[in-house]
Design a protein around this ligand. Sequence first.
Ligand code: NAP
Length: 300
Amino acid sequence: MLTGMQIAVLGGDARQLEIIRKLTELDAKISLVGFEQLDHAFTGATKEKLEDVDFSIMDAIILPVPGTNLQGEIDTIFSNEKICLTEDIVSQTPGHCTIYSGISNKYLDNVVNSTNRKLVQLFERDDVAIYNSIPTVEGTIMMAIQHTDFTIHGSSIVVLGLGRVGMSVARTFSNLGAKVKVGARKSEHLARITEMGLKAFHLDHLSKEVESCDICINTIPTSIIKANVIAKMPPHTLIIDLASKPGGTDFRFAEKRGIKALLAPGLPGIVAPKTAGQILANVLAQLLEEDIDSGKESLS
Ligand code: NAP
């Protein structure tokens, strides 16, 4: 239980509602900033204006998945008001106050460093990334269906990268009956791909391996589907780039060659905001309970 814990939830989208639901169920007291257009009320959560929040009693601040932008502004779909996380706000919190975000950037890193607060980036955690790969794959299937005129079953699919997303993508498309090849650079990844019953190839041979590819799904967050690779693809190939912005594809060259290439960020929040929110809510609840337990231990 999170009884006695004070948490500020600043902005966000539908995923945040699952977090608020879970934390109020666990008896935390929540200040909601950037939710005034939300019709729903949660027992134990109060909608407040940023300037009215008493940050000196906060045990945790929860930011939306993207954190802040480079100016410190926080996105919220439930308000028209501008919310900005400043060094001044964070410095008002007690020293033990932890800031939770999906990812970080230079601005957020600077604020937590200069105020000496702890920042937890939920998307860096393996458990979150693996759970999150499930709605990501479902979104990828949706895109493959929407943007092709052939079935996934029987098609030749090249998956790039065998990380947390790549592994789920490769396995699921194979289970749907596609002929899946996976490109990686580490010998242990090549071994795992083979163990999974899929065709493994080294990324050095990428341009040769895409010659008969119907769909190429990239999960590698670096420039990988370069012009020389795109040049070898059949004209009907669909590229779905899942890697974080700017993706790993030469989109300019793909367009020039008439190959459809789609950058598809944030699929979990688009196709399954409720599940994506529950994934974050469950991990957050566990981390906040650990925070409470460690606080009790340090007092004993
Ligand atoms: P991950 O577990 O770190 O996997 C990344 C993969 O890329 C690994 O196989 C890694 O191989 C490979 N890689 C990285 N740099 C490389 C390089 N320079 N050359 C060759 N291979 C390289 O990451 P993940 O959790 O699977 O996420 C993959 C990407 O998808 C990230 O950009 C993430 O932000 C994004 N993502 C997007 C969505 C969406 O909705 N589109 C959802 C979730 C995640 P090594 O081990 O050899 O480095």
